[in-house]
Design a binder for this molecule. Structure first.
Ligand code: DAH
Length: 392
């Protein structure tokens, strides 16, 4: 910018000199021997001096205007001298005056416009001024949550894996102890893909949960131990404030000798404290899934009422109201249980030798329960509204 500016000054300067030269030449041409009058010559010299002097000034805009264009200013005084110029030279002197005025005005304008970029002498640059930062984006909040969850489990020895998000019925249902036409399948609101079915693995589906990774992981590893964390997109025919048709789940699977429910509960507790903070608690409640026995639903304590389900009035400790965020002190996030022997068998693992636990729940749901987020409509996460996403 400053370089451009200096360039302008230099070319301006050349322009005025060129004009003067041109004028002298044309004068010479017209009256072959004659040169320009001495009065015009000193007028032009003075104009040139004023122009040079202006470039050396360290005054501010008002002072410059006063000194050059004010009533007694240098330019004003020079223009008064035009009356002394011989009549024939007056047009040239007038042109020089016009040009000088334009130049002074433009210089002062430019100098005050670029004040932040120019030093006091108007020609230097302040390299210590902070630059303008380019706009930086950031990861989508769900990607941030995925990274955080991956980290938590990797630190305790889980291996992050990914399995197809368009998969055979066998991995999504059949191998998970859900026979064809079993009513339990209805719970998953599945999208079926319009493709011909596999002779053994059945139809293709958009995976409605990450549990399809269980038998795939058993096939990949072969002989336990297995410590898997499978994070993937899932799809179900459901869309409202707490559901989006595309969402994410993470699925844990641990298979080894002598694995029991305490390992499951310990792992879930560890996750709760790492993800929600040291005061977070988890609980498991009996439930039914075809692929685990026993099965549980998993809840995390509510951070607003700290698991009590009621809020105490700070002015009157005897008065309590139900917590509007959870209503019960707990938020349900997903399912878990001890891997069903039939599922181990489907994955080629001997249930008499090995036992295991599994858990799986939604990332959007888990993430929106974090303290301070209060996202009451998870569809916003995928609305592509920059004002919303920029907050995270
Ligand atoms: N896949 C189940 C669902 O989406 C959640 C689940 C329940 C996962 C029990 C598990 C499990 O691994 O053991 O509703």
């Amino acid at each position: 910018m400053v370089n451009n500016y200096l360039q302008t000054i230099i070319s301006d300067h050349q322009l005025i000199n060129d004009r003067i030269n041109l004028m002298s030449k044309s004068k010479k041409n017209k009256n072959s021997q004659q040169t320009i009058s001495s009065k015009l010559q000193s007028f032009l010299d003075e104009a040139d001096r004023i122009k040079k002097q202006l470039r050396q000034e360290t005054l501010n805009r008002d002072e410059l205007e006063q000194k050059y264009l004010g009533k007694k200013g240098l330019f004003t005084r020079l223009s008064a001298k035009i009356t002394d110029i011989p009549k024939t030279d007056k047009p040239q002197a007038g042109k020089v005056l016009n040009h000088l005025k334009e130049d002074i005005t433009a210089y002062i304008e430019k100098l005050s416009g670029d004040k932040s970029q120019l030093g006091l002498d108007g020609n230097s640059i302040d390299l210590t001024l902070p630059g303008k930062k380019p706009q930086m984006g950031h990861l989508h909040p769900i990607t941030q949550a995925i990274n955080e969850i991956t980290d938590i489990f990797q630190k305790i020895g889980f291996v992050r894996v990914r399995y197809p998000e368009v998969d055979w019925d066998w991995y999504a249902f059949g191998s998970l102890n859900m026979p064809q036409d079993h009513p339990a399948r209805d719970e998953w609101e599945t999208f079926f893909v319009d493709e011909s079915a596999h002779s053994k693995k059945g139809k293709m589906v958009l995976t409605p949960h990450t549990s399809n990774g269980q038998v795939r992981e058993m096939e990949r590893v072969g002989e336990p131990p297995i410590r898997m964390i499978n994070i993937a997109r899932c799809y179900r025919r459901q869309q409202d404030v707490t559901h989006t048709q595309m969402f994410h789940q993470f699925e844990g699977l641990v298979i080894d000798k002598d694995i029991n429910i305490q390992h499951l509960k310990g792992t879930i507790d560890h996750f709760a404290k790492e993800f929600y903070g040291p005061s977070a608690k988890s609980r498991i409640r009996p439930f039914h899934f075809k692929f685990t026995e026993p099965s549980f639903e998993v809840d995390f304590s509510c951070h607003i009422c700290e698991g009590k389900g009621v809020i105490t009035d700070p002015n009157d400790p005897k008065r309590t109201t139900t917590c509007r965020f959870c209503k019960s002190g707990w938020h349900e996030v997903g399912g878990a249980g001890m891997v069903h022997p039939n599922v181990l068998k489907a994955g080629g693992i001997d249930p008499n030798e090995y036992t295991g636990f599994a858990f799986g729940w939604g990332i959007e749901r888990s993430y929106t329960l974090k303290e301070g987020l209060n996202i009451d409509d998870i569809r916003l996460l995928y609305s592509a509204q920059m004002e919303f996403l920029q907050q995270f």
